[in-house]
Design a protein around this ligand. Sequence first.
Ligand code: SF4
Length: 342
Amino acid sequence: MVDSVPISDLYIYGVNWIGDAIVSLATLEGVRETFPDTRITVISSSRTLDVYSLSPSISSVLSRANIENKQFRRASGAATLCFPLSFRSAFDAWRLKLPHRVGYASECRSLFLDRTLDYKVWKDRHLHQASYYRELAESVLGPIPQRNPRLRIPEALIEGARQFLKNNRIDSALRIAINPGAFFGSAKMWPTRYYQSLIQRILKEIPDVSVILFSGEKDKSVTREISEAVNSPRVVSTDGQLPLKESIALLSQCHYLVSNDSGMMHIGAALSMKGIALFGPTDSVATGPMSDRTRILSHPVSCSPCLLRECPIDHRCMELLTPETVFPILREGILGIKTPSS
Ligand code: SF4
């Protein structure tokens, strides 16, 4: 509510990272549940457009690239949650004349916001990132429940994913997705040779299984290196060729996900997939996957979480988390998975 007026139009200035976008969906799920008639419109960057487009809680998604002259409703029942923390996002929301802009105060951006929350107060409590978005929404709407993010994949995309599997002769009962890259930087990446070793054990010890390697354009060299080293017809790679929506649909056709801390890890959680998330330099309390079906694995080291993109020392946080630790947990995790028909 803005000055006790119910919100009929809620605009969201969306975030730029895929993982953050997924986490922010938890808040939008809570808003949708509490206010079923509120129109939720997300103003999105091109990078996260596909994620927001697959959310069942959002009414419509507008690309920032196509709204230069758009007129936004500025009546008292309209408000904007500026989700990113950057100066630029607040300035842009102001420039676009989005109504009643609410965001965290940081980087001198309060000038462009109508109402602010204290970012330092939120940060000092060391909460999960989901609460950052929820508390922003609650400052406008009052209490809303915390829900897990959800994605809904249209049938046409699922059909495309099935076709991908058919084209690559993947007809095994069990499909394990592996996401060995991390857009953020190499510090988050489990060593490539560990992924190779894990996949070799999967193929050797788990019957009727295939492995699908996921990568984007930026990290496709990693999946290439792994698939060349493993060299098996039961391992296929998206090779950075699939757009994000198609990758999400293909992931939805897998039964288990092994991933670094990345956008794909959060997507797997939003699809309610079983899986393992490998954490090293980042903080799973703050940015862990929002699903009790994902098991978080890490090796405790005193320098973690460093939150660095590149490791300045010997990458011990990941090097000490070995395939010998990960494989038994994976094997136990996939026991009892019911494999849906392809
Ligand atoms: S500094 Fe420590 S926590 Fe950070 S990447 Fe290196 S080993 Fe991992």
